[in-house]
Design a protein around this ligand. Structure first.
Ligand code: NAP
Length: 480
């Protein structure tokens, strides 16, 4: 794919970039290795202060970063500003918590002191982050803030349609005070990712993206025996039961399907509604979707902007067409819009057979599929009838039903009477084809650490090792 900025609202090519030459890539990998040797010896508090500074710059330059995202991938400017805010929050969160998250833990010993144990969390090296365009700042920051605090260095291979976001993120960490090489953006094609993974100076890889990219990256990492975290696609269920506040559930359903112009991994994609309220839900939901104002993502009145590329429009229309051939009915007819830009009007499908694309593939755009369920158990059955397992949202005021959904839906996160959202304080990730590993919270930070066990026989000598002193006392100590 060409590395270029093409405004999805107009189709205009604004800038193109040459990929790195092999020589330049080699120089940057060497720089990362050199930077890691120094960075890992800094104290956690020093590293955290640089991440905190990055958060301050994000907050101070919010509008510029937001406009860059909107220009490159078409999200609403209002949503882009929210995304920058969330990035600043995550930087602050990890900067505040890093010392605690990597503080050594005392082992679960028998108390005799004969073989006292300690667990340390040490960095692993240069981590390659292969990232998608849909949240071009958030996806990168949620990897980089914890990884850098832990003492790793970052190599970003961003999606080819957001090169200026990639370069802005590299510049952000440089201006925050990160030494050269600690966070680099590599403008390379995806075909070169396997080679980078194989480089001995790269310790691990995290990918957020499609199933296909996940398979390819995991295969290369597996071949080279390197750790991976995969954050892949989803086809999240949104369940509505008769006891739910239908007006609120429907309003949120419209937002949950169309957030980020319908291009979010955790957007609700399959709406599973109890028979008793299905007709009313469908009427309200369809009305809400068709009422959305479609237009220029910079205009504050716009509620649905363009999709990120013409190819995404074509792919989505093709999935809908194949679903209709398979037996689905188009209740609200939208689809690709004529004129400039990659606009797509919302569609609602019903009666989608279980093996049709609308039921079993991820629809990455404003197309909703509604299913009817007999009862809560049937809703769980439909919700789990997917290869994915990222998020789920369930609407009910019945406690037993809420517990059934929380316990039985096979997903990385289940939200009751609320839309699925990521939060720096909580682990985020999927099961099944939605990937493995976790981002955010201390679980995410520790994914790219060497969780090292140290046992000391009594002969080593008395006293508490410095690394086991109370957390506050370790704030200035290195993690080594
Ligand atoms: P994508 O096509 O898989 O691209 C994601 C990244 O992977 C890009 O940097 C891309 O580079 C690279 N890539 C693509 N194919 C590759 C390959 N064979 N080997 C190595 N790298 C490869 O996905 P996308 O269309 O950008 O993003 C949408 C997908 O991401 C959706 O499925 C969505 O659900 C998922 N997603 C998941 C999460 C989560 O947290 N679980 C969050 C956001 C998005 P190029 O651009 O150069 O091709």
């Amino acid at each position: 794919m060409t590395i270029a900025t093409i405004n999805p609202a107009t189709g205009e090519t604004l800038r193109t970039f040459d990929p790195l030459t092999d020589g330049e890539l080699e120089r940057r990998l060497a720089l990362a290795a050199g930077a890691y040797a120094q960075w890992r010896r800094r104290t956690v508090a020093e590293r955290a202060s640089i991440v905190a500074r990055a958060g301050e710059i994000l907050a101070a330059e919010r509008d510029g970063f937001a406009r860059l995202m909107t220009t490159e991938m078409g999200k609403l400017l209002t949503a882009a500003r929210d995304e920058v805010d969330k990035c600043a929050l995550a930087c602050r969160y990890f900067a505040d918590r890093a010392v605690t998250f990597v503080a050594p833990e005392r082992g679960d010993d028998d108390g005799s002191g004969r073989l006292a144990g300690e667990i340390r969390f040490q960095p692993v090296g240069a981590v390659l982050a292969v990232m998608p365009w849909n949240f071009p700042f958030w996806q990168v920051i949620r990897f980089a803030a914890p990884a850098l605090c832990a003492g790793n260095v970052g190599l970003l291979k961003h999606a080819s349609n957001v090169p200026q976001c990639a370069l802005a993120l590299e510049d952000l960490f440089r201006r925050a005070g990160a030494p050269e090489g600690v966070f680099q953006a590599l403008l390379v094609e995806s075909a070169r990712v396997g080679g980078i993974i194989g480089d001995p100076r790269v310790a691990a890889v995290t990918l957020t993206g499609s199933e296909a990219a996940g398979r390819s990256v995991a295969a290369a990492a597996g071949h080279h025996l390197k750790k991976t975290v995969l954050e892949l696609g989803g086809s999240d269920p949104f369940i509505v039961m008769p006891s739910a506040d239908l007006a609120q559930a429907t309003r949120v359903a419209v937002t949950a399907r169309t957030i980020n112009n319908g291009q979010s991994c955790i957007a609700a994609k399959r709406f599973i509604v109890a028979d008793a309220v299905a007709d009313e839900f469908i009427d309200r939901f369809a009305a809400g979707l068709t009422a959305l104002r479609i237009g220029d993502p910079v205009d504050p009145e716009t509620q649905l902007g363009p999709l990120a590329t013409p190819q995404i429009v074509r792919d989505l229309a093709d999935q809908v067409a194949r679903s209709v051939v398979a037996g689905a009915r188009e209740l609200v007819g939208g689809g690709p819009m004529r004129g400039r830009g990659s606009y797509y009007a919302p569609q609602v499908l019903v009666d989608a057979p279980a093996d049709s694309p609308a039921a079993c593939e991820e629809l990455f755009g404003p197309v909703a599929t509604v299913f009817r369920a007999r009862d809560a158990a049937d809703a769980v059955r439909i919700a789990n009838d997917t290869a994915f397992g990222l998020g789920a949202s369930a609407w009910t005021t019945d406690r037993a039903e809420a517990e059934l959904f929380a316990e039985s839906i096979e997903a990385g996160q289940v939200f009751i009477n609320s839309m699925v959202a990521s939060d720096p304080r909580y682990p985020f990730g999927g099961v099944r084809h939605s990937g493995y590993g976790r981002e955010l919270s201390h679980f995410g930070l520790r994914e790219f650490t060497n969780i090292k066990t140290i046992r000391r026989a009594a002969t080593v000598g008395p006293g508490t090792p410095a690394s086991l002193a109370p957390a506050g006392a370790t704030a200035g100590a290195t993690t080594e």
